[in-house]
Write a protein that binds this ligand. Structure first.
Ligand SMILES: Nc1nc2c(ncn2[C@@H]2O[C@H](COP(=O)(O)OP(=O)(O)OP(=O)(O)O)[C@@H](O)[C@H]2O)c(=O)[nH]1
Ligand SMILES: [Mg+2]
Length: 321
């Protein structure tokens, strides 16, 4: 374990194995993470965090690769967190896959980390936000967080992002589907990818209309950008839209925007820690099963357990609230 000592110190010196180890601790909810991270927290907040989401196969990873390539051409370093990627990152000469990234023979200005959501017990938002924090503390200029937009757990991941880019494409990711999935609500920038395919113009029009109708009263006009990440077309315009959103957030007050997201982060973490205490190996599952066997109703049991939990908690005073 001696090697694990002073991971924070090693990270500050630019040690990538310390970076990888810390993210693994975050991913595994290792109790050592919080203790080690205390020293790094003051270094967090410099990177701009771009969340990229959308339906499966819309071209998110392709776009992320191209965004990273563009950032690199502008001498920016890029950290990427890909949550449950079903498709590999195939940026060829620049990025390569995770294994090739890890042997550090490629561009040291890019770091890619994949995270599996399968089998995780709702800890995805916590783990991915912590991974972003670690990459931020390491000093990457831009962070990109890719997550497939299919449900609440994936949307929670986006609380770690400053700008959310929703990627759609003609066909599978049409505008009605996107509205049903609530994707428009989470978007700061909308991208119609695969605009080389038929149906792209129509999707573009539909989205422009939908955005106009829905967000009339919002301070930020969600731009709709046509792109074809597969041929690198429109990627600069996507980055420009992200930059414009960044300028808007900064003008409105970056600190308060981020604080709101941090509140969500604490919310998720606390819920998860509490659930682990209540339902983990030393928790109440067996007791609940026994009491149900004895004929008690779930409603009554839940009420009893709640009052037990509440009696253990100190009610916050006015000053603490
Ligand atoms: N025609 C066309 N195909 C594209 C374009 N961008 C990506 N693709 C293709 O679309 C497929 C899916 O691309 P990915 O980048 O893996 O999509 P993704 O959204 O990351 O997919 P998941 O992570 O599996 O949800 C791949 O075969 C890409 O080559 C594009 O601009 N035009
Ligand atoms: Mg992908």
């Amino acid at each position: 374990m001696a090697q694990a000592h002073n991971l924070a110190e090693r990270l500050v010196r630019g040690d990538r194995s310390a970076l990888a180890r810390l993210i693994t601790w975050a991913e595994n909810a290792d109790p050592r993470f919080a203790a080690e991270f205390v020293a790094l927290w003051p270094r967090v907040g410099r990177a701009w965090r771009i969340g990229v989401t959308g339906p499966p196969g819309a071209g998110k990873s392709t776009l992320v690769n191209e965004l990273a390539r563009l950032e690199r051409s502008r001498s920016k370093t890029v950290g990427i967190v890909a949550v449950d990627p079903t498709s590999p990152f195939t940026g060829g000469a620049l990025l390569g896959d995770r294994i090739r990234m890890d042997d550090r023979t490629l561009d040291p200005g890019v770091y890619i980390r994949s995270m599996a959501s399968r089998g995780s017990h709702g800890g995805l938002a916590r783990a991915s936000a912590s991974a972003c924090d670690v990459l931020d503390a390491f000093g990457f200029d831009s962070l990109v967080l890719e997550t497939v937009g299919v449900g609440q757990a994936e949307y929670d991941v986006l609380d770690a992002a400053d700008t959310v880019v929703v990627v759609l494409c003609p066909g599978a990711g049409d505008s009605i589907q996107a509205m049903k999935a609530g994707l428009l609500e989470v978007a700061d920038v909308l991208v119609v990818n695969k605009s080389d395919l038929p149906g792209a113009d129509r999707l573009l029009n539909d989205l422009n209309e939908a955005v106009h109708v829905r967000f009339l009263k919002r301070a930020w006009n969600v731009p709709v950008v046509a792109a074809s990440a597969g041929t690198q077309a429109g990627v600069e315009q996507v980055l420009e839209a992200v930059e414009a959103h960044r300028a808007h957030v900064v003008a409105q007050g970056l600190e308060s925007a981020r604080r709101k997201k941090r509140v969500q982060q604490v919310h998720h973490m606390l819920a998860e820690l509490l659930a682990e205490q209540l339902w983990g190996p030393r928790g109440w599952s067996a007791r609940v099963e026994r009491e149900l066997e004895l004929g008690r109703s779930p409603q009554e049991l839940a009420a009893t357990l709640l009052s037990e939990v509440m009696s253990c908690l100190k009610t916050p005073t006015e000053a603490q609230r």
